[in-house]
Structures are given as C-alpha cells and as structure tokens.
Design a protein around this ligand. Structure first.
Ligand code: IVH
Length: 670
C-alpha cells in the first residue's frame, strides 16, 4: 500500500470506528456487528503500526471508546474501566495462554465466566450501603446513574452483615432477560415506537432514562464479576467471588475454575450450544487468571488487562436464497421492506423472513440483487438479519433490487424526510393498512380496550364502508339495523360491541391520547402528556418549548405533536370525538390541600429521585406550591435529584436560585 493510500485508509477507518463507538456508547444503537468492528479495529491497528506518522493521537485503537451523556453528572472512575481483548478462535486463545506461561510460568489457574451481553456498571459501597452507580462511559469517566440502578431488585441497597471492607467498588453487567425484552419491545411496536434491536440496547437505553419510575417498570437484572478494594483482602478472584456472594451480591453460578487450557476449551464448547437455553444473552466467555499476585505481575496494556481475555462466539450464520422483497405498510404509513427467504434452519428455528430496515440497507449497504444468496444471522435479535451477500453465487444478469417508489397498497408516491431512514406513504386518509391500522390501534387492549370489537371486525366494517375513522366507531349505534343484515353479525354480538363502544367513553384522557396514534406518543408519553397538559386544548396549543419542558418529552416527540395538531383534519376529528363524549381532560384526584406550607412558592424539579418526579410534583402542589416549566428569575427553588442536567444547574446558579434536595423539600413540610 502506498503511503497516500495508507493515509486515506487510516483516516477513513478512524472516522468510521469513532462513529461506531458513538453509536454504541452514546446512542446505544450499534450499527455494526462486534465481529466486524473488531476486524476493522485490527486493520487500523496494523496500518498504524506500519505508518505511525498517519495515526490519529485520538485513535479508537488507543482508548476504550465511548463518550459521556450530557444529561447525567459525570464521575471519574477510581480504577479505570477497561475492556477486554477479544479472540474468536482457538489459535488466538492458545497464543494468549502461551503469553501468560512465558510471563509467569506454568503454575496458575483460570476462572472461566460467561460474558453477559449488557452494559457494565461500577457500584460503590460505603459501610454496606450502595452510594453510587456509574456507567463505563469512556472508561475514564462515566454517568452517575445511581437512582436508576436502585430500581434493580437484585442489586443490594444495603448489604447483609458480613466481613466486607468499609469502602469498595464492585463491577458487573446490567442486562435484560429475553422474556422481558420481548414483552416490552412488543409494547413499543404497538405504540408505533422504534423497537430496540436487542436486549442490550434496551437495557442501556433504560439505564439512561431521566425518569426512574419508568426504569422501575422495565425489569433489569445484574451479575457482579469483579471486586476492587483499596487493600488486597483476598488472594484470588475465585475467593472474592465466593465472598461477595455471601455479602448478598448476585454472582452467576456457571463460573468454573480451570487448571488447563483444555478445561477452558471444554467450557467454551459446552456454552457454544448451551447458551441458547439461558434466559439472557451472552456473547462469549471471559477467561481470567485467578491469582491476584499473578494478575499484578502480568499487568495491563493501554486498553485491557493482560491477565484476562474474552472468547467471543460468532453469531450463528447460514446461507439461503432471496426469493422476493415485499413491503409492509404500518398504521403510521412507514413502509418496511421484508426479505422473503428460502426456508432455512438457523439456531433451532426455521427462518423464512428477515428485516431489511430501509432503502439504504437494500441499495447501499447490501447492494442486493434479485435471487441473491445471502448470509443470515441471528444474534440477540429476535428477527434475523441479512449480514452480507455471497457475490460468488450471483447470477450474471441479476438485476439490482430497487426500493419501491410508490406505496405497494395504494400507489401513492412515497416520501422520505431529510435525515430519516424510513419512507412513508403520505396518503393517511386513503391507504387501507393505515386507516384500518389506526382504528385497530385505537380499540386495542392497551389503548381504549373496547370489548366486543376486534381487529377482524374493524377490517370487515371498513370493507363494508361503515367506518373509516375513529369517530365513525361511535356512530355505529345509528346503523344497528344495517349491521344485522351482514353475515356473521348476530344481534347479540352487535349489542355487545355497541355496549363496549359506549362504555369506552369513560376511558381516561391518557388512553384516548395514546389511542389517537400520534407518532412517537406511546403509552408512557401519553400518560406524561396527560398529567402535564391536563387537557387536549392546552396540549394542542403548546409551543415547542412548552412541549419539551414536560418530563420525558424530547425534540422528536415535540415535533411530532406539533405536526399532528397542525393538521385541520385531526382537529376536526378531535372536535367530533369530544362531542361524542370521549374524555379529553385529565380527571385530577380532588386536590385537598394537605397544608399551605409552600403557598406562594414556585419550584422546578430536575434530575432523578427515589420518588418519581410526578410524586414530588403532587407533594408540592398538595402543600400549596406551584411548579414552573422553566428556570427564570421568578423561580424560588430548584429541587435537584441525582442527575440534574449540567446546563440547568448552571442556569440556576447564575440566577442565584437556591438548589435543594428532596430531603430538604420534605423538611420544609415538617
Ligand atoms: S471482567 C478488567 N467479566 O465485557 C476486566 N467482563 O469486553 C473487566 N463483561 O467491559 C471485565 N461479562 O462489560 C468481565 N464475566 C465478565 C463479563 C464481562 C461481560 C463485559 C464487561 C466488560 C466487557 C469487556
């Protein structure tokens, strides 16, 4: 390779890997398989060795990677959080074993552990109490997420009595069980929200939420795997695992002591199959030298310990033929391409379809051609993914697959908004899956939960032109006679349905709001909006700034709400539903003031607390206080939780507004 080629390649790889680090650590939305990332990192590292003059001092080969999120307080790690070297085959593991033998001789043991696929967490305990939980961040400093971590039941907030040091740090992996992942991700799909690709991303997205009551709703779990103390109190890693177990920590019981590398290989090959029976994802095995003295002797490289390594399993892959690409139109109009595959067995199930995500995936990343042979992989993801095309098997005259330009159902030209990957059919008034999907969403169990009315009935009623929008459902009672003339519509079922529809008028505003199917307004967001804005009129007239001042409402959601209410058709529909008697006002629990102690005082609540922010808000209001939506000179107090955003903090300090804790707030009420 010529120097100029090397320079270009180093620059492009550096930029690409930095972006992947950002996607992984900051956005929690990786767009590359670990294996491919490691290969690229290796390639960059080799080039940097050959052409050190072109290496970026800030190269991804020089650090753990990642970044810090601005919403949380940044904490420096007392002991840097390093990553592990990765190996993918036996030879690399034998090399690792040889390096160790060369350095410390043959007299040592390994501890083999499962490599949990979650996010690493550092927990600090003082006098037996959990005082701090910090994410890995960039390895040097991370986000303080203590309040969120406190919601994890298997992490002890207070230790059982035991012989633990007054102060220590323990590290482990926070993860989500597969069952919980599937259940919660389905809820997201129902709400028209973007589903998480795998349990790891879900766990990592959850731990970075501002509202710890929402975190508590999403069950996370944690296995602990490393103890740090100021002075060494144990001789071996194994001994420390036994001890921390007795103090009340959850340690995985699959770990094994191995005295030879063959034992290690046996452990690896056992879990290569058995991992599919676990209730959580693992992506490999971690192998650690057991003795602390020997660990010390081996030391560290800039990025990882020399005494430990990860053996990563390659996700199971098979090859199969692409039969056709079809398109699904969702209730929001989003058009999703699906690869229909020649059925093939993969990780125990028959795969017939794989997601293709969007146009770029088809035309740019895969450059898919008709009847291509493709490699399909199933990792943590439930839906298999096409990893690459086998170019050797492409027939000479094969035509490239072109993403549809028009809606496959109604024929309308699709639109793609700038910066968005997905294409949409804009014909929301005339495109069947959108019209029917919106009504089906409205009546669904988690929205209006209408008894006696199901998805199929909605489809039939639409086909027979009884309904084409939500408000039509409430007019059905005027067509009872015509309904009776239809096949399979008995009098009893019609009455049941009409009763269910009538009864749904009592459903609270938050359910109606969720049922309207505004993009990105899932169940939780709808609840937050209903609490914050109290009625549809103030929500509909809220400005962008007013919207993002509400808890959990970000720019993306705010823009979607503004767009929804700027449409006259939507306003008319809401007016109709109001007239039909649906709830568009939040029914507040009758506020009987508990006291007047906070009367005349104004507050802002920021950060995360033991209680949810809504609870704190209630407490303030019940004692006569008022909540403001932004920091201004009019404000009397900022109630600051664990992870108050730095910009808010700065603003409050500039204006000299007293910053108090939740405990100080409670004292004001005593
Ligand atoms: S030990 C210095 N043990 O894998 C050693 N890590 O690629 C620190 N991980 O950052 C790590 N299971 O997030 C260790 N049994 C285990 C693990 C484990 C998962 C994660 C951890 C770490 C990453 C390294």
């Amino acid at each position: 390779m010529s120097p100029i080629e090397a320079k270009n390649k180093i620059e492009s790889l550096t930029a690409e890997l930095k972006q992947h680090n950002y996607n992984y650590y900051v956005l929690a939305m990786p767009t590359i398989a670990d294996f491919d990332f490691d290969k690229k990192l290796e390639e960059l590292s080799a080039l940097e060795k050959q052409f050190p003059e072109f290496a970026d001092p800030d190269s991804p080969t020089q650090k753990v990677g990642g970044d810090i999120t601005k919403d949380f307080v940044t904490v420096r790690h007392r002991w840097p959080m390093l990553s592990l070297g990765n190996t993918y085959n036996e030879q690399e593991l034998l090399d690792f074993d040889q390096r160790i033998r060369k350095a410390i001789g043959d007299n040592f043991e390994y501890v083999c552990e499962l490599k949990f696929d979650g996010l690493s967490m550092s927990l600090t305990y003082e006098n037996g109490l959990l005082v701090r939980a910090v994410t890995r961040g960039d390895g040097v400093q991370g986000d303080d997420v203590t309040t969120n971590v406190r919601t994890i039941h298997t992490i002890p907030k207070k230790l059982r009595s035991g012989n633990y040091p007054a102060e220590f740090e323990i590290r482990g992996e926070v993860f989500m069980h597969l069952k919980a992942f599937e259940r919660l991700n389905n809820e997201r799909i129902d709400a028209g929200e973007v589903p998480y690709a795998n349990p790891r991303n879900f766990a990592s997205g959850t731990i970075k939420m501002q509202d710890s009551s929402e975190v508590a709703r999403r069950p996370l779990d944690c296995f602990l795997y490393f103890l740090y103390t100021e002075r060494q109190i144990f001789k071996t890693h194994w001994e420390s695992l036994e001890a921390v177990k007795s103090w009340g920590f959850q340690v995985n019981d699959q770990s094994r002591l191995c005295s030879t590398i063959d034992d290690v290989f046996a452990f690896i090959s056992h879990w290569d199959k058995a991992r599919f029976d676990l209730s959580y994802d693992i992506d490999g095995i971690v192998i650690k030298v057991n003795s602390y003295a020997q660990q010390q002797e081996l030391g560290f490289t800039a990025k990882s310990p020399r005494w430990a390594i990860a053996y990563k399993y390659k996700a199971e892959q098979v090859q199969t033929e692409l039969l056709a690409v079809t398109y699904q139109v969702g209730r929001t109009g989003a058009v999703t391409p699906v690869a229909n595959l020649k059925p093939v067995l993969l990780a125990g199930t028959t795969v017939k379809r794989a997601t293709l995500h969007n146009a770029d995936e088809i035309e740019k990343r895969l450059m898919l051609h008709e009847h291509d042979w493709v490699f399909v992989e199933k990792g943590g993801e439930i839906i298999p993914k096409i990893i690459a095309v086998n170019l050797d098997k492409r027939s000479p005259g094969a035509k490239p697959v072109k993403y549809v330009t028009h809606c496959p159902v109604c024929g309308t030209q699709l639109i793609r908004k700038e910066g968005e990957a997905a294409s949409y059919c804009p014909n929301d008034e005339g495109c069947r899956p959108q019209i029917v999907g919106k009504m089906q969403h409205f009546i669904s169990r988690r929205a209006m939960n209408i008894d006696g009315l199901g998805d199929e009935t909605i489809e039939t009623l639409y086909q027979h032109k009884f309904i084409s929008r939500i408000s039509d459902i409430y007019e059905l009672k005027n067509h009872a006679e015509d309904l009776k003339k239809m096949e399979r519509f008995g009098e009893k079922s019609i009455n049941n349905m009409l009763d269910g529809i009538e009864k749904s008028k009592e459903m609270p505003f938050e359910k109606v709001l969720f049922g309207l199917g505004i993009r990105y307004v899932g169940e939780t967001v709808a609840r937050k909006l209903a609490v914050h804005f109290k009625n549809v009129d103030s929500l509909a007239s809220a400005s962008f700034d007013e919207l993002i001042a509400a808890e959990e409402i970000g720019e993306r959601i705010a823009l979607s709400i503004l767009e929804y209410f700027s449409d006259e058709k939507h306003k008319e529909e809401i007016a109709k539903l109001k007239a039909q008697g649906l709830q568009f006002v939040t029914v507040e629990k009758e506020v009987k003031l508990a006291s007047e102690k906070l009367s005349g005082q104004t507050f802002i609540i920021s950060g995360t607390f033991e209680k949810s922010r809504d609870e704190l808000k209630d407490i303030i209001e019940q004692n006569g206080g008022k909540i403001l939506s932004s920091i201004s000179a009019k404000l009397n107090f900022v109630v600051a939780g664990d992870n108050m955003g730095p910009s808010k903090l700065e603003k409050a300090q500039k204006l000299n507004i007293p910053i108090i804790s939740d405990e100080e707030l409670f004292k004001m009420l005593e």
